[in-house]
Design a protein around this ligand. Sequence first.
Ligand SMILES: *Cc1c(COP(=O)(O)O)cnc(C)c1O
Length: 424
Amino acid sequence: MKLETLALHAGYAGDPTTHAATTPIYQTTSYTFDDTQHGADLFDLKVAGNIYTRIMNPTHAVLEQRLTEMEGGVGALCVASGMAAITYSIQCVTDVGCNVVSTSQLYGGSYNLFAHTFPRQGIEVRFASHDDYAGFESLIDDKTRALFCESIGNPAGNVVDIAKLGEIAHRHGVPLIVDNTVPTPFLCRPFELGADIVVHSLTKYIGGHGTSIGGAIVDSGKFDWVANAKRFPMLNEPDPSYHGVVYTEALGPAAYIGRCRVVPLRNTGAAISPFNAFLAMQGLETLGLRMERHCENAQRVAEHLQRHPRVEWVSYAGLPDSPYHGLCQKITGGKASGILSFGIQGGKEAGARFIDALQMILRLVNIGDAKSLACHPATTTHRQLGQEELIAAGVREDMVRLSIGIEHVDDITADIDQALAAAV
Ligand SMILES: *Cc1c(COP(=O)(O)O)cnc(C)c1O
């Protein structure tokens, strides 16, 4: 089936006891065992079934199956937030002394995790610009366990050549992890381009209504953990934290996502709630329609800003003169999602006045809501970064980031115009 259909139907064939048409919210902490043997078999991963909602839940399972099919993978794991998904996606394949190589153009939370938190836990993250392929490759050594990038960077709006980074990763026997939050599977399917693992913040376009936080990891099942067993002993040797299971033997191509569930999630516990998983599914149902409108509106707003005499620069990969226009054709078929950024005459102060003058567009730090949103990254999401780090992250001091919603485009441009008039 096609994505629009999977978004509505995948993973749920109806509830045999209640005939509920919509996936129910299974608001339960735990599940009964038929007998002690059944319990033991569940713990040994010998039979499929539910044990405890920190690790699995039937509502989560439907969302996980839906995301698996939409990304074209073998399995998914939903967790409490996008940040938890990113943390677990890396913790699943790293130990103290290992490193990860990442693009420097990242969501502010991911940058903080990589630059500050992981290093204090003994996992080094090395940064290179997303288009410096030689630099990227030179950072990989025998302690490298993954490459990481965002398919479309938030807030820089840079588009990443996933195929090229995938080739580099595979030449060195490591997986490529792609944060696909900004384009969503409707615009970009990283597995088809050579990515091995996809992570999502469900909080953004997938949820789509600004109601709930959630995250997901999706496994393509294509990375050969066995051939690269030296780098990945955690997937190829008996796990004492899970009574000696060898994940590649017990779970085959789903070894990675299985270990994400029974090690990082089970042992550190950032579980999503059944209610938030339910809300993410309500969003997912209309994601295809919303993405079309987000892209259409953002394209119109970018063109409008580009023509505006008070606007100095506009960054949106849908604009023909964007340095990312060509790559955007390659990875999303030319649809650049709903995030754009720009700078106005008068720099940082005028940018702040612009944001303060907005009447309909909301002042907040989020993206992907059905409503249009505005923020000033240099004073909010990226405020802890120094001048050089800001440049590496692709964040200019005067940058205003807009997440264009699905309102009528004339109302969006009208609010922008009156705020520009007030600011400059
Ligand atoms: C928001 C965001 C995250 C983090 O997601 P949360 O659900 O807020 O934890 C990660 N990556 C990108 C690209 C994001 O926009």
